[in-house]
Design a protein around this ligand. Structure first.
Ligand SMILES: Cc1cc2nc3c(=O)[nH]c(=O)nc-3n(C[C@H](O)[C@H](O)[C@H](O)COP(=O)(O)OP(=O)(O)OC[C@H]3O[C@@H](n4cnc5c(N)ncnc54)[C@H](O)[C@@H]3O)c2cc1C
Length: 458
């Protein structure tokens, strides 16, 4: 039988584009792949998967390059990159959009806006829609329209069939419904290579946004006010709050309300009357301006990072708030912070086992962030994140699979709770030979997987 050839734009270490093609958003844990293929269509994806299988070459799938642990890269292997497959077709009558797997959030929001529509997704424009959706997807419309995956209608995916094949399949609520379930929160890279999504889209025109800033002295009062308000206020309002290191002396709450600025002003009273805000901004804007308002240019640029996270099912007691404060007082550098997004609303109305995204009861997603410039600072920053996560763990639960962290030993429970067992069943049905694997991938039943063993550093 004739051997399969790689098709698409192929980049190898001798090429001038290699360095740019190799790096991800996180410059730590660098990887040096042997070949990167930028697929242009589904056939290129199928050829790449077949080629890797025929030649027994390790491979990873990549789109927006934002995996915290660089799970979309592998040393000495093949990177199947779908980022140049980013066409989007909107059907305004049916209120659906077919989006190829390489589209990033910036492209998606701008294209859908041309039709006066959107989907609920994340805030930074360079994040890949595919990685974000497969892990759930949270952002500034979560409390109104649910997680990104809650708005999925259908997936097209290339799976590893037989011993060397690459089969294009569809999954929706009626067809391959177990795979569809798993793709709504089970995380990227586990079951096959998504080539396109079909989403339900929502009409959108004008929205209101806010930004409130306080100084360090209001730390406890502001956190307490926000946590008791944000997950329970009007479902049309989703917000985030970031506590930066003490050195920066800045606490910023921001959010988006699908309604008027005068109503938003009323809803914000529990925050604006807390402590002494140093600035308050409330304005009504066309939706696409709100998208730009939340897009953080520093997050879109590659940097040395360590991140981790967890969920809150109930408000933090004073002791936990003081723990956060102590950690931010001794943060390894000024770019360290603790970020939160309010959940509840539409995202919380779905049962934990209805999709693979288990933590539906969570009221807040909490993220620990460290960014540094000098590679020598890596150890200290990673230690700070590890100790912070551990110190807050008596008050938190799980971790969002889109914020993966190699340091978590029992990652199956942290990411999937009681849904891990069913995810393994789906994995066994669609990828029995464990063709799609990375340090924290879902193992099929015959793979000798042992829990609590941590993740190998591949
Ligand atoms: C700066 C920054 C901002 C973020 N903001 C948000 C946010 O607002 N909301 C939120 O929910 N999350 C956010 N995240 C987390 C984000 O959702 C995850 O990092 C997500 O996995 C990124 O997907 P990607 O396609 O960009 O990354 P990649 O690194 O390309 O891929 C991530 C994972 O998906 C797999 N994958 C990639 N392409 C495919 C494919 N075609 N088929 C199957 N698997 C595939 C990869 O193998 C990898 O395991 C943010 C992350 C960063 C770094």
């Amino acid at each position: 039988m004739e051997k399969t050839k790689l098709t698409g734009r192929v980049v190898t270490p001798g090429d001038s584009e290699y360095e740019q093609a190799r790096i991800n958003n996180n410059l730590s844990f660098p990887k040096f792949p042997k070949i990167i293929v930028f697929c242009q269509n589904t056939k290129d994806v199928q050829n790449a998967l077949k080629w890797a299988r025929e030649n027994h070459i390790p491979f990873r799938v990549r789109s927006g390059r934002h995996s915290y642990e660089n799970f979309s890269l592998v040393n000495g292997g093949l990177i199947i990159d779908v980022s140049e497959m980013d066409r989007i077709k909107v059907n305004r009558e049916k209120m659906i959009a077919k989006i190829e797997a390489g589209a990033n959030l910036g492209k998606v929001y701008n294209k859908l806006w041309e039709y006066g529509t959107t989907i609920p997704a994340g805030t930074e424009s360079s994040v890949g829609l595919v990685g974000l959706t497969l892990g759930g997807g949270i952002g500034m419309l979560t409390r109104l329209f649910g997680l990104t995956c809650d708005n999925l209608i259908e997936i097209e995916m290339v799976r590893a069939s037989g011993s060397k094949g690459a089969e294009l399949i569809k999954a929706n609520k009626n067809h391959n419904s177990d795979l569809f379930w798993a793709c709504c929160g089970g995380g990227g890279g586990n079951f096959g290579i998504v080539t396109s999504f079909t989403f339900k889209v929502h009409p959108i025109s004008r929205v209101s946004v806010f930004s409130i800033t306080w100084g360090w002295e209001d730390f406890e009062a502001v956190f307490n006010a926000w946590q008791n308000w944000a997950p329970h206020t009007d479902d049309r309002l989703t917000s985030e709050i970031e506590f930066k290191s003490k050195e920066v002396n800045q606490i910023i709450a921001q959010g988006e309300f699908v309604g008027t600025s005068s109503r938003l002003k009323q809803l914000l009273q529990p925050l604006t009357t807390t402590g002494s805000p140093t600035s308050v901004l409330i304005k009504e804007v066309p939706y696409i301006e709100a998208v730009r308002f939340f897009d953080d240019p520093s997050g879109n640029q590659s940097a040395h990072r360590k991140r981790s996270g967890s969920f809150l099912n109930k408000p933090f007691p004073k002791k936990a708030i003081l723990t956060m404060k102590q950690f931010l007082e001794k943060a390894p550098n000024e770019n360290s912070g603790i970020w939160h997004q309010s959940l509840g609303g539409a995202a919380g109305k779905v049962e934990p086992k209805k999709t693979a995204f288990y933590y539906r009861d969570a009221i807040i997603a909490q993220e620990y962030l460290a960014t540094w410039n000098n590679p020598e600072e890596e150890r200290e920053n990673i230690r700070w994140i590890k100790e912070l996560r551990s110190a807050l763990s008596p008050y938190t639960t799980g971790d969002y699979v889109n914020w993966p962290d190699r340091q978590i030993k029992d990652w199956p429970t942290a990411y999937y709770g009681e849904n891990f067992k069913r995810l393994r069943e789906v994995k066994t049905a669609y990828d029995p030979f464990n063709t799609f694997k990375f340090p924290q991938s879902i193992p099929p039943y015959n793979s000798g997987f042992k829990k609590n063993r941590g993740a190998p550093f591949l």
